[in-house]
Write a new protein. Structure first.
Length: 360
């Protein structure tokens, strides 16, 4: 193991001991905000230190086994121990390096998911509905909560646009690589001659800001319009101006919300979506300004980038960023996307590890 990594792990071991003493202190327990902060840090560092102790024990076992090789009576047993430990050590070291990679500050956040129909007309809108169902089914498997913020339904029951808030543990960490253009190849229900059509949708996954204060929004930069909501909802929804449209003048970002009967709640939801969109734009601009000599193996996240193709006649789904093809399209469209997401995370981590190795 690289000495710089060992030094970092030794520092974390010392920090864990320090946190243990601080959490046991009566002074800390009197300040609940500080107690929660230290508890979170302790919970984050603990597994890393435990894995480091496992590595140190394996190193000790290897050293002992090598010493036993000199004893003729213990040689066979020692050789078996040396082989076993040498097989375990590389995986432990790799796991440790992954745990030391810089953590995305947004990983634990809830997200706003936006799915929009693109090229392909009504077929694109139907596919947008399929994609939204795929993410909804996946959220159900993860026991996440899905709240639809706004939806524009197409004539055949698809979505021209749908925006939802997904609430749960580590939502952004799992879905953050889904932003981009998703292409579908299939025979549409509207096709009478059995021809395969290609259409596309765009998906945007944006971390939710903890509070509006995280994004500086000047009220003078906002144009807020209210209007009567359309769609289902009975007499009330059509008689009051409960729907809200907010335009952020500097960026031209427009957010509409009419899901709730309360204008106040719709405005609050719209402001939350607006803050997330502005934050997303700011972060993408920041990333674009940082010169990078390495190719991002998981894609730039640009909305126009084609990241995945869903080919129904061949029953396959291909992620073009990592050249992964899975022949289980029905399961994937039903929300079984763990294998896809895990492969993207693994590739991203491998790229980060390569960058870490180059910098040492």
């Amino acid at each position: 193991m690289n000495q710089s990594i060992r030094d970092k792990l030794e520092q974390l071991t010392g920090r864990l001991d320090e946190l243990g003493r601080m959490l046991a202190s009566s002074e800390t327990t009197q300040d609940m905000d500080e107690f929660r902060r230290l508890s979170c840090e302790y919970a984050e560092i603990g597994p890393v230190v435990a894995l480091y102790q496992t590595w140190r024990q394996a190193e000790s076992d290897l050293s002992s086994a090598l010493e036993m090789l000199a004893d003729p009576e213990m040689k066979e047993l020692a050789e078996a121990e040396v082989t076993a430990v040498k097989e375990r050590l590389p995986q432990i070291e790799e796991d440790l390096q992954k745990r030391l990679l810089p953590k995305d500050a947004n990983d634990d956040r809830n997200v706003f998911l936006e799915v929009r129909a693109g090229t392909g007309g009504e077929e694109s809108a139907l596919f947008a509905g399929n994609l939204f169902r795929m993410y909804t089914r996946y959220a159900e498997r993860q026991r996440w909560q899905v709240e639809v913020i706004s939806a524009s339904v197409s004539d055949l029951g698809g979505y021209r646009e749908v925006i939802a808030r997904i609430i749960g543990n580590g939502v952004y960490s799992r879905l953050k690589f889904e932003s981009g253009a998703h292409r579908v190849q299939r025979v549409p229900d509207t096709e009478t001659q059995g021809r395969i059509h290609t259409s596309a949708c765009t998906v945007a996954v944006m971390p939710e800001a903890d509070a509006l204060e995280e994004v500086q929004i000047n009220s003078a930069d906002l144009r807020i319009d209210t209007y009567r909501a359309s769609g289902a909802g009975g007499q009330h929804i059509n008689k009051t101006d409960s729907a809200v449209r907010i335009t952020h003048l500097p960026t031209g970002i427009v957010v509409e919300c009419q899901d709730d009967r309360s204008q106040h709640k719709n405005k609050a939801q719209a402001l939350s979506v607006l803050a997330a969109r502005i934050r997303d734009v700011q972060e993408r601009e920041q990333h674009a300004n940082i010169a990078s000599t390495r190719r991002d193996l998981v894609g730039s996240g640009d909305r126009s980038e084609r990241i995945r193709t869903y080919n129904f006649p061949q029953g396959r789904v291909t992620d073009h960023r990592i050249n992964l093809t899975l022949y289980k399209i029905e399961a994937i469209m039903d929300g079984d996307i763990d294998e896809l997401l895990a492969a993207l995370v693994a590739e991203y981590q491998a790229d980060q590890l390569a960058m870490l190795a180059e910098s040492e």
